[in-house]
Design a protein around this ligand. Structure first.
Ligand code: 5AD
Ligand code: SF4
Length: 471
């Protein structure tokens, strides 16, 4: 037995539907001289971005091709996020106008998937508001997409699938990553933490680790195809392996990945401060491919609010952890997530958050205004903070975070860093890459440096980017 209670299933169970749709698409091609096209719109985190790569992989396997232009698509999918109300409203606002496209092209298939419809009442609301939708399915049904699509096409009805299969890990879903040298790799799905503001445990289920051999095999294949940098994904990567019985831990997994030939940089998101072990800090220090960057969401600097958030650490615990990281990994970049206006947050609590920012000096921080989420404990908490106060605090926090980010980036001026070039800046024709510490650097260099490592001297620094030249 490899795991305590997880069922590993293979995408092969969907083969019949993939084949059937591919046949239909081949017939379409022969009759019309063109392939059917798909367009995916993605909201939310890297986990969702990677899920969209799987949707794209499945669609490619079924004979569709991608288009950037939503107007010419034969199939449109919205992969949604529920983490804040704003993300949800954008989706409602953007689905409505698709009705006109569907009126013009009755065979157009429109699907909504991801974290929103994983909540049954949201799936029902979507079906009611937008009766022209063809497929509505949650995160837990991602792998069943071919079957759902087949049913929608052949039965010409809205197909809704919001299954509650908690303990499943699906292997072998085809994945279409954008061409490049960096790749996302899932290592653990779900979350057991139940932070009191957060919808994630309800829409992504309990923690389920992938088997190490599957992860290693996937990364070896990626390396053979030219990938140099992997980002390991999990809502809480530090929990990796706790649900497996073979004794593997996250640091041990890092050790194994560190040995894979061709992989030069290893990153991971996200780490929960309560689970960040000494063993992991040692692994980050000792394994040469593991980058000197950690995303360590603090959420609040107030011990009282952290308790109400169910985070299981105090302000002092967090500061001690940061000290330990900085001592062991001298040039480490620390980034974070911060919420302002959690229910009951006083001016004093907010000052504690500012204080943590000043003490840690985050390289960058994602800042959020607290948003009430259905069914979470914080939704019902008394003393919800009025909007104007939330906004005032938010402005102050952003200002401080930006000042610190600029100060940190300016410290890099005149120094030389290894950059992995992996993109192009749209504005000024420069190539763009990242340092090991995950800082974005615009680089003046010839096209042939694309997807290569180069040493770059930093000449300009702003809050969110740097500029440099190859030396
Ligand atoms: N309101 C505001 N921000 C939230 N986050 C999660 N839930 C909420 C919420 N209800 C933020 C947290 C998390 C990030 C992904 O989103 O900071 O780390
Ligand atoms: Fe990602 Fe959470 Fe948004 Fe889902 S709800 S897309 S897991 S951030």
């Amino acid at each position: 037995m490899e795991s305590k209670n997880i069922y590993y299933i293979d995408f092969g169970t969907q083969a019949r539907f993939v084949e059937e749709i591919e046949k239909m698409n081949t017939e379409y091609y022969l009759a019309n001289g063109r392939n059917k096209k798909y367009h995916i719109v993605t909201y939310g985190c890297q986990m969702n971005v990677h899920d969209s790569e799987k949707l794209a992989g499945m669609l490619n396997a079924m004979g569709y091709i991608e288009t950037e232009n939503i107007q010419e698509a034969d199939l449109i999918i919205f992969n949604t996020c529920s983490v804040r109300e704003h993300a949800e409203s954008r989706v409602y606002g953007n689905i409505g106008p698709l009705k006109r496209l569907k009126d013009k092209k009755p065979d157009l298939i429109i699907g909504v998937c991801g974290c929103m419809p994983q909540q049954l009442e949201v799936a029902q609301k979507l079906a009611k508001l937008f009766p022209f939708l063809d497929i509505i399915f949650g995160t837990k049904s991602l792998h069943k997409f071919p079957q759902l699509l087949y049913t929608a096409i052949t039965e010409k009805r809205t197909v809704i699938d919001v299954s509650e299969n908690e303990d499943v890990v699906v292997e072998g879903i085809p994945t279409a990553r954008k061409q490049g040298v960096s790749a996302f790799v899932n290592i653990i799905y779900g979350c057991n933490n139940f932070c009191s503001y957060c919808i994630v445990p309800y829409v992504r289920g309990r923690e389920r680790s992938r088997r190490p051999e599957e992860i290693i095999y996937e990364i070896e294949q990626l390396a053979q195809n030219g990938v140099k940098e992997v980002t390991l994904l999990g809502q809480n990567v530090n929990s990796y392996g706790k649900d497996l019985v073979n004794g593997i831990t996250f640091p041990k997994l890092l050790e194994k990945i560190n040995e894979i030939k061709g992989i030069e940089r290893i990153r991971f998101v996200t780490s929960h401060p309560k689970d960040l072990s000494n063993e992991l800090i040692a692994a980050m220090r000792d394994l040469e491919k593991v980058c000197e960057h950690i995303h360590l969401p603090v959420q609040s600097g107030s011990t009282r609010i952290l308790k109400a958030m169910n985070r299981h650490y105090t302000k002092e615990d967090y500061l001690r952890l940061v000290e330990k990281l900085k001592t062991n990994i001298p040039d480490i970049a620390i980034t974070t997530d911060i919420i302002v206006g959690f229910p009951g947050e006083t001016d004093e609590d907010f000052e504690d958050t500012l204080d943590v920012c000043k003490k840690v000096e985050f390289d960058s921080a994602y800042t959020f205004i607290y948003s009430k989420r259905r069914g979470t404990p914080a939704e019902k908490m008394p003393n919800q903070v009025p909007d104007n106060i939330k906004h005032q605090r938010f402005q102050r926090l952003v200002k401080l975070v930006e000042e610190i980010a600029l100060k940190k980036n300016k410290q890099m001026l005149g120094k030389t860093y290894e950059i992995l070039i992996d993109g192009r800046s749209k504005r000024n024709n420069l190539l763009v890459g990242r340092t090991r510490t995950n800082k974005v650097v615009n680089v003046k260099c010839p096209e042939e440096y694309m997807f290569k490592f180069v040493n770059v001297k930093i000449l300009e620094a702003a809050e969110h980017w740097l500029y440099g030249e190859v030396i």
